[in-house]
Design a protein around this ligand. Structure first.
Ligand code: ISL
Length: 566
């Protein structure tokens, strides 16, 4: 293979592949049923052998765990469930020894309601009062009554985004759970405290930040009602709270105060962001972040009722969305590429076919399409094994605050429980959070105790030990995809051109770099599809990687091929 030109050292993340670890569900070293840092340390060779360059670690900070650690009560300590700061230092060293960098989750739109800042802020005379969003009840209304909230904003976890505090007779804002009060970024003391904390982590040796819901930090002042979502009495329109008027200023300040002078990977999770905003935030000269996570491709299989309003994906919609982002960030800015994370159901069950006949091939083909795009690919733990959704049959099996909240509101509003259950089962974040499947033993090698979320029953077949031993596994395919990115400039940098945009079964595109052209052919269906007219001439093409070795004029179910054109 030709070794292509590498990006400048400061842009090292442009040739990187990131692996996300959700610590609660990765590996449990002490038998309490919950994953921990020592569990991760025990499995570093899995990451090295897979070939990833970076680990993004979901929150391990001190937390009451109302939202599994996305509610932080101490930014500078590790929760005892996960271990200690010494364990974290050992993890950083163990990763660095293997040439892998560490990106930490930065959750600063909100804290836990047990953070000392918020505990102080509850006192109306405290100098921390203005660190959060405290507001009087709506004019003429009595605090605590339905509808007395200062604005009609809904929480992302359903229900009002305000909680009444009797002590002062005022409400505080929480765009997520009532135990996740939003910080008031208008206050310069808040920003200074966050910069200080970020510098502390950079000095500890980390290599970047994944910034939780970072485009929510600037709110439009004065806070005002948004358009009501029919039938709810609340506004669930995310654009009311995203990309606020001072966001660019705050990110610029963060860049000057913390990021400049360090070659960090920064990825901002941005709710409801479009490609134009993404370009502004990630432009190499005038931007602030390496890349953002957007949600557009994750909402194409939902109806107007939101993520639990489940609809089938139309492949042309997905291809068009990917084209818009590939083209939109082609000359300025940079894409992140993901199918999965700790908030999304498993991609092989969602966009692929997780039946025994097609699970392996469809997981490989989904990986092929994603990893052959231009941008930085993210692999979520277990994706490299083709892990599937859990089969949930009862409300009692869910642990996720968002899933439980949505189910209860939907059933309360009259949706038949069986329908609500089916919808929540297909989209629940718990699908991503079942324990990592290491081997075929009773708890999949995840824990010797009772796992906090049941292990998927298919771990006897779907597990890392089996995958390492099988040259045709999803895992080995992912390894090969990662190597292609490392080895080929055309994979990292090449221009993207979508082919056959309206085809309902085929996802085909080329990547071009100088005179080198790669053609990706992917059958996105469980049936056979003949190769249609309109593809480039395949004479002299060579197969770089495929789900099958023997090419022909028909693509078999979920077959994909990466071809170098002659
Ligand atoms: O899961 C979601 C989208 O399908 C959202 O509701 C999600 O909460 C949103 O994308 C923001 O996510 C991030 O912030 C949340 C936390 O619960 C998520 O785990 C995190 O990724 C609040 O910190």
């Amino acid at each position: 293979m030709t070794k292509g030109s590498a990006p400048p050292d400061s842009d090292w993340w442009k040739s990187a592949v990131v692996y996300q670890i959700y610590p609660r569900s990765f590996a449990d070293s002490d038998g309490d049923g919950i994953g921990d840092l020592r569990g991760i340390i025990d499995h570093l060779d899995h990451l090295r052998d897979l070939g990833v360059d970076v680990v993004w670690l979901s929150p391990v900070y001190r937390s009451p765990m109302d939202d599994n650690g996305y509610d932080i009560s101490d930014y500078r300590d590790i929760d005892p469930l996960f271990g200690t700061l010494a364990d974290l230092d050992e993890l950083i060293a163990g990763l660095h020894e293997r040439g892998i960098k560490l990106v930490m989750d930065l959750v600063v739109n909100h804290t836990s309601d047990e953070h000392p800042w918020f505990l102080d802020s509850r006192d109306p005379s405290s100098d921390k009062r203005n660190w959060y969003w405290w507001r009087a009840p709506r004019d003429g209304r009595t605090g605590g009554e339905p509808g007395a909230e200062p604005t009609n904003w809904g929480s992302f976890f359903t229900g009002p985004g305000w909680e009444y505090d009797e002590r002062s007779g005022e409400y505080f804002l929480h765009l997520f759970s009532r135990r996740q009060p939003d910080l008031n970024w208008e206050n310069p003391e808040v920003r200074a405290a966050v910069w200080d904390m970020m510098r502390w982590w950079v000095d500890r040796g980390i290599d970047g930040f994944r910034m939780d819901v970072i485009n929510l930090i600037s709110k439009t002042v004065p806070l005002a009602d948004g358009p009501e979502t029919p039938g709810t009495g609340l506004s669930y329109d995310p654009t009311v709270v995203t990309d606020g008027p001072r966001l660019v200023e705050f990110l610029g300040e963060m860049k000057r105060e913390v990021l400049d002078g360090h070659d960090l990977l920064t990825v901002g999770e941005c709710v409801a962001i479009d490609v134009a905003h993404a370009r502004t935030y990630t432009d190499g000269d005038s931007g602030f972040l390496s890349m953002v996570f957007h949600f557009e491709h994750m909402s194409l299989d939902s109806g107007p009722g939101g993520k639990f309003d489940v609809r089938p994906l139309q492949l042309p919609d997905l291809k068009e969305n990917i084209r818009v982002w590939q083209d939109g960030l082609a000359t300025s800015g940079w894409n992140s590429l993901y199918w999965n994370n700790h908030d999304q159901p498993r991609i092989v069950s969602r966009f692929g076919d997780d039946s025994p006949d097609h699970r392996v091939t469809s997981a490989k083909t989904l990986g092929t399409v994603l990893h052959l795009l231009r941008g930085t690919p993210y692999i979520y733990q277990g994706e490299e094994l083709g892990m599937t959704n859990q089969s949930f049959v009862d409300r009692s099996q869910f642990r996720d605050i968002e899933s439980l909240g949505w189910y209860d509101v939907a059933v309360g509003a009259g949706l038949p429980p069986a329908v609500a259950l089916a919808n929540v089962a297909s989209r629940s974040r718990d699908n991503a959070r079942t324990p990592m499947q290491w081997d075929a033993s009773p708890n999949a090698g995840f824990s010797t105790g009772d796992p906090w979320l049941p292990v998927n029953a298919n771990h006897d077949v779907v597990n890392a030990a089996a995958a390492w031993a099988d040259a045709d596994s999803v895992l080995h395919h992912y390894r090969a995809l990662i190597s292609l990115r490392h080895d080929l400039a055309v994979v990292r940098e090449g221009r993207f051109d979508l082919l056959l945009p309206h085809d309902e079964h085929l996802f085909c595109f080329t990547r071009t770099w100088g005179d080198e052209v790669l053609l990706v052919l992917a059958n996105w269906s469980s049936g056979e599809i003949p190769l249609p007219d309109g593809l480039p001439n395949l004479t002299g093409a060579s197969l770089l990687l495929g789900t099958h070795v023997d090419g022909g004029a028909v693509l078999r179910p979920w077959e994909s091929r990466i071809l170098r054109l002659g």
